[in-house]
Ligand binder design. Structure first.
Ligand code: SAH
Length: 219
């Protein structure tokens, strides 16, 4: 019998994924919606076959084009912060990479736009995501530094690459009550959560992180 690749066996099985989720819980992730999505989305299909057995380790892994898929704990932290305990409407992700976080977002939000500047990576992501049939996810080949004005405003914005400063342009595309999570810094980086409240913007600093830099232009 040939198993569909999404099901996985051994180190890529549901049991391995459940263990990853148990580890995230132990590290303090509390949001059941996020934990549920991470238990459901097969991370191994986003990673090259040679590394697939390491897909559920709590580590970042290379995805080609000098980019990496983030460590599961950081992905969980970002999604938990973005949700802030409530359901997400329209969300923008900048930096599709292999598409893993986009797949999670598609389970957590009504509508997702994910922008990637490297065409080859976006094609890979498209292939990875195809078997999951996520009809509420749109992939866009573009430079995300200017956001996606044609689809704005967003209830949530996730930036998956580091910026030296909080990107002000993106804040303009945040709806009232919306939240943005972004790794800020060059050598020393930290996750920053910004919320647009009725009275203005609030900002909160979370974990220290290490992300690849956000770069301008398409390739
Ligand atoms: N969320 C991804 C991880 C992405 S790594 C995942 O789950 O795999 C960061 C990604 O951001 C890389 O793919 C990089 O090419 C992309 N990126 C960097 N600068 C960008 C920009 N200006 N616009 C869009 N994507 C960008």
């Amino acid at each position: 019998m040939v198993l569909p690749k999404t099901r996985g066996i051994g180190m890529t099985s549901q049991r391995t994924r459940d263990r990853m989720v148990a580890g995230l819980r132990e590290q303090g992730i509390r949001d059941e919606a996020v934990l549920g999505a991470m238990a459901a989305v097969p991370r191994h299909i986003f990673i090259e076959e040679a590394l697939a057995s390491r897909a559920y380790e709590d580590t970042a892994l290379p995805i080609g084009f000098e980019q990496t898929i983030s460590q599961p704990f950081i992905v969980a932290r970002m999604l938990e912060a973005l949700r802030g305990g409530s359901a997400l409407g329209k969300v923008l992700e900048i930096g599709t990479g292999c598409g893993y976080q986009a797949a999670l977002l598609a389970r957590l939000a009504t509508e997702v736009y994910s922008v990637e500047r490297i065409a080859g990576l976006l094609e890979k992501a498209r292939g990875n995501l195809r078997p999951l049939r996520l009809s509420n996810l749109r992939l866009v080949h573009d430079d995300g530094t200017e956001g996606l004005p044609e689809a704005a405003p967003f209830d949530g914005i996730v930036v998956a690459a580091a910026t030296p400063e909080i990107p002000r342009v993106l804040l303009q595309q945040l709806a009232r009550g919306g939240r943005m999570i972004v790794p800020v810094g060059t050598d020393d980086q930290a996750l920053c959560l910004i919320e647009r409240t009725a009275t203005g913007l609030t900002e909160k600093w979370l974990d220290a992180v290490r992300f690849v830099p956000l770069r301008g232009g398409r390739q």
